[in-house]
Design a protein around this ligand. Structure first.
Ligand SMILES: NC(=O)C1=CN([C@@H]2O[C@H](COP(=O)(O)OP(=O)(O)OC[C@H]3O[C@@H](n4cnc5c(N)ncnc54)[C@H](OP(=O)(O)O)[C@@H]3O)[C@@H](O)[C@H]2O)C=CC1
Ligand SMILES: O=C1O[C@H](COP(=O)(O)O)[C@@H](O)[C@H](O)[C@H]1O
Length: 499
């Protein structure tokens, strides 16, 4: 399907913003280079600043040059010539008429078949406004398809997410609503289903009889950077757990879908959320750890603490770290803890899923007091993309002890392999009408329900504030204790690399 070319116009709301420059223009250029966007496409960039079409084309080309590798400058110039600019305030209904006229013109000039993709790369307060005007001002009246892409965050809680959803659904059908979670566009996140359902040896042991625990860790070395205004209200729980972390939990835990199509896959993911165990306040205190970074050292450089960051309230209780033990109360996962951990200013930038298998019924080697490491299946999401299986073997020679060995496959360790960026995949999927790796409304609603229960407990004032951790560590000691009391330890990437 991906070898085909799509005819469409793309309206990019927020065309002068950070996301557009760093991710979206480079992603579209990659689609152009692969021939998925060819002659019959046009992009209209929208924001309030004043630019001519030509100035905007230069901005687009510069952004692509800055944020991606370009070997063919001629192709970049050709690509940029498909871009047009419209100065408009998205809250002004009248300005949509000019947008409609420009799009009608581009439909004719570029023979786009009237297909239109609307990408809202804007602050979330506009997510409800734009779809309404697109419909009321007749922009969505052409005979082609009309799909809308919504950036995160989708609401701040279940109530606001529901309100937003109701607004959007007045103008677009659920099938045409593409809620982005960029983790779902990552190569190895998409590989989870293939690893699981394409390998009988894994699927047959993918359950509580053979799996002891699951760990999903997404650590960042960056701090809050210049996003404090947003982050102060969100924290790691809303920023990472409500979306990316729960999405990975769903993909690891879901039942095999009857078919590999959008509906079947999403149906199975939703069932995982329905089985997620809700905790009471006391249990949240015990099972969901929050932390906040203080000063420390990252890659040998001193860095300041969260409370010293620009635009952060010096008394802030915002969490920059979350670790939690989750349970999925269904037949497959009964009793298996899913540990998740995410945080800023940790000692490494990495996302990994570790499946820890149970020990066999009788360990001859353990009986000899020999260290008997468990078998681990590690799915490396980033920066390395791959898979490794930790086994035990005999060391070379007479020694009959156990030696942990790794069987590894790396997707991106060779220079010639360059995985598509998440945004490239997701924009491509939307253009081709494949919404599998976007979030459906029931997934979003259920994840908010779960997250709201934690937010409520945290705001009750009854639970301890975020635990402090030094920048450059792997989080507060409380997060280690969460596993230690169950007899586990985090298989953090730094530790894994040493093994
Ligand atoms: N940046 C990132 O890495 C990520 C961003 N996101 C999400 O993407 C979205 C955009 O983020 P980001 O690019 O960082 O935001 P920016 O603040 O950098 O960009 C906002 C854009 O909106 C435009 N804009 C603001 N108000 C109006 C208006 N009334 N009418 C028309 N245009 C307007 C701005 O241009 P102007 O001022 O000229 O009007 C600008 O182009 C957000 O929802 C964010 O949460 C998600 C993941 C990562
Ligand atoms: O959505 C977000 O994700 C990034 C981390 O994404 P990654 O692809 O670099 O792992 C995070 O930094 C940001 O706070 C959050 O909004």
């Amino acid at each position: 399907m991906k070898e085909q070319t799509i005819n469409a116009s793309i309206v990019l709301f927020g065309a002068t913003g950070d996301l557009a420059h760093r991710k979206l223009f480079p992603a579209m250029f990659q689609l152009y280079q692969k021939g998925q966007l060819k002659e019959n496409f046009a992009v209209v960039g929208v924001s309030r600043k004043e630019f001519s079409h030509e100035e905007f084309q230069t901005i687009v080309a510069d952004a692509v040059l800055t944020h991606s590798h370009v070997s063919d400058k001629e192709a970049l110039t050709q690509f940029a010539s498909h871009f047009y600019y419209l100065k408009m305030d998205v809250t002004d209904a009248i300005s949509y008429h000019e947008l409609g006229n420009l799009l009608d013109q581009l439909d004719r000039d570029y023979r786009t078949d009237g297909n239109r993709m609307y990408y809202m790369a804007m602050a979330p307060q506009f997510f409800g406004t734009i779809p309404g005007f697109l419909k009321s001002e007749g922009i969505t009246d052409t005979s082609g398809w009309h799909r809308i892409v919504i950036e995160k965050p989708f609401g701040k809680n279940l109530e606001t997410a529901t309100e937003l959803n109701e607004k959007i659904q007045k103008s677009f059908d659920e099938d045409d609503i593409y809620r982005i979670d960029h983790y779902l566009g990552k190569e190895m996140v998409q590989n989870i289903q293939v690893i699981r359902f394409g390998n009988a040896i894994f699927e047959s042991i993918w359950n509580n009889k053979y799996i002891d625990s699951v760990q999903i860790t997404s650590s960042e070395t960056l701090g809050v950077e210049d996003r404090a205004a947003y982050y102060e209200k969100s924290g790691a729980l809303l920023d990472m757990v409500q979306n990316h972390m729960l999405q990975m939990v769903m993909l690891v835990a879901m039942e095999p879908p009857g078919k590999l199509d959008t509906k079947h896959i999403r149906d199975e993911k939703v069932k995982v959320l329905r089985s997620l165990r809700f905790y009471n306040e006391l249990e949240i205190g015990e099972n969901v750890i929050r932390g906040q970074y203080r000063e420390g050292t990252i890659n040998g450089e001193p860095v300041q603490g969260y409370l010293e960051e620009e635009n952060v309230d010096p008394q802030s209780k915002t969490e920059t770290f979350v670790a939690a033990k989750l349970y999925i109360d269904n037949f497959r996962w009964d009793g298996v803890p899913f540990y998740i951990k995410t945080g800023k200013r940790l000692n490494t930038k990495s996302t990994e899923i570790v499946i820890q298998f149970k020990q066999g019924p009788m360990s001859l080697y353990r009986a000899n007091n020999v260290n008997h490491p468990p078998n681990l299946l590690r799915i490396h999401i980033q920066p390395d993309e791959g898979l490794s299986l930790s086994l035990n073997a005999k060391p070379h020679g007479d020694n009959m002890n156990l030696l942990p060995i790794d069987m590894s496959f790396c997707n991106n360790c060779h220079n010639e392999v360059n995985s598509p960026e998440a945004y490239e995949k997701l924009i491509g999927d939307c253009l081709f009408g494949n919404s599998t790796y976007f979030t459906r409304w029931d997934e979003v609603a259920l994840s908010w329900e779960f997250i709201d229960s934690i937010s409520r407990a945290w705001s009750s004032g009854e639970l301890p504030p975020p635990a402090s951790y030094p920048s450059g560590s792997m989080g507060p000691i409380e997060a280690d204790d969460l596993l230690l009391k169950d007899g586990f330890t985090w298989w953090d990437p730094a530790n894994l690399r040493r093994s």
